[in-house]
Design a protein around this ligand. Sequence first.
Ligand code: CA
Length: 231
Amino acid sequence: MNTDHASPSAVRYPPLGTVARPILRGGTLLLVEDSRLSCESIRLMLRGLGGRLRRAETLQTARRHLALYTPDAVLVDLGLPDGSGLDLIAQIDRKTPRVPLVLAISGQPELEAQALNAGADRFLAKPFASVQAFRRQLAPIFPRFAQEGCADHAPPHDAGALRDDLYQALDLLQGNRPPDQRAYALQFVTTLARNLSDTGLLHAVQQVGRDGDVASLAIALRNRLRALPLV
Ligand code: CA
């Protein structure tokens, strides 16, 4: 944790539009995100970036990347299979040279204060309702976004990415998993359900939290899979 941050509101990154020397080239962005559905949404929202997007699905992969490179911006999902994105954000915040822009993203809006205290410059709650708001967060690093208008609706869900996430959720729920992996699995499905605005799936995962029985959640996930178009 960075002790420079006296309060969650102590965002150190300059306000939008006040960056003295914006990075004029395309820029590089590291996306640390375990959900393929979220990755595809972000990839579509970053279309036209003119830079390079790298993806890491785990803390370990992200740390390997950051040991070799300093991207211009990093987006860190907080719920990852091998730990919390908060730890990675704190690590990035301590490193010199620091990544110029660190964005935390999460399906749990209640984690915003923790993310800012860990060292994130900004917090973005999933699901992303506004493409323009998302792109404005990156405009200090990718100035093209400050100049361009774009359709302001969330991109459509990618059926292949959704299928991968649903299978991943089923895999995570099967067998006797250690408590931390079970907690990760339920958080993964909760974020997926919110991204899909699927109240039935959300109720099913909340029921597991109450009685520990994953059978009805597995049925809900399989029904969701069956409802997907065959491609
Ligand atoms: Ca996640």
